[in-house]
Design a protein around this ligand. Structure first.
Ligand SMILES: [Cu+2]
Length: 126
């Protein structure tokens, strides 16, 4: 019975989480997992992103989001960096402005209070 209740609670939680996030992408690196999500679909211009890091060691880390698009024909390399703000429970909030549509490379730079820094690489299609 307890187990059933647990499963039911987990299902409820995951449903409400899915409803809250219009966008979600999981990325792995350095032995940890980060989930990038947004309440709204990603778009050119301003986006408010959440980066969730469940690993306890990184719950109060310094997290920076670096996004860049390599040089394209007739267009220089574009890059922006945003220091994410810890909002609790291993979740960090970062505002990112994508200046054009296309594929953006994303580096999640994680600096824990102690221990090695981690870089997680992924990409986002805008
Ligand atoms: Cu471009």
């Amino acid at each position: 019975m307890k187990k059933l209740l647990k499963i039911f609670t987990l299902m409820l939680l995951s449903v409400s989480f899915l409803q809250a996030a219009a966008f979600e992408k999981t990325a792995n690196g350095g032995g940890i997992t980060a989930v990038i999500s947004s309440d709204r679909p990603l778009t050119t211009g301003n986006n408010s992103l959440h980066v969730s890091i469940k690993d306890a060691q990184y719950k109060d880390a310094g997290v920076t989001l670096k996004v860049f698009m390599p040089e394209m024909p007739g267009m220089p390399r574009m890059e922006m960096q945003s220091n994410a703000k810890a909002i609790g429970s291993g979740i960090y909030k970062a505002d990112i402005n994508f200046s054009m549509s296309g594929t953006w490379q994303v580096w999640i730079l994680i600096a824990p209070k102690s221990g090695q820094k981690i870089r997680i690489k992924t990409s986002l299609n805008i």
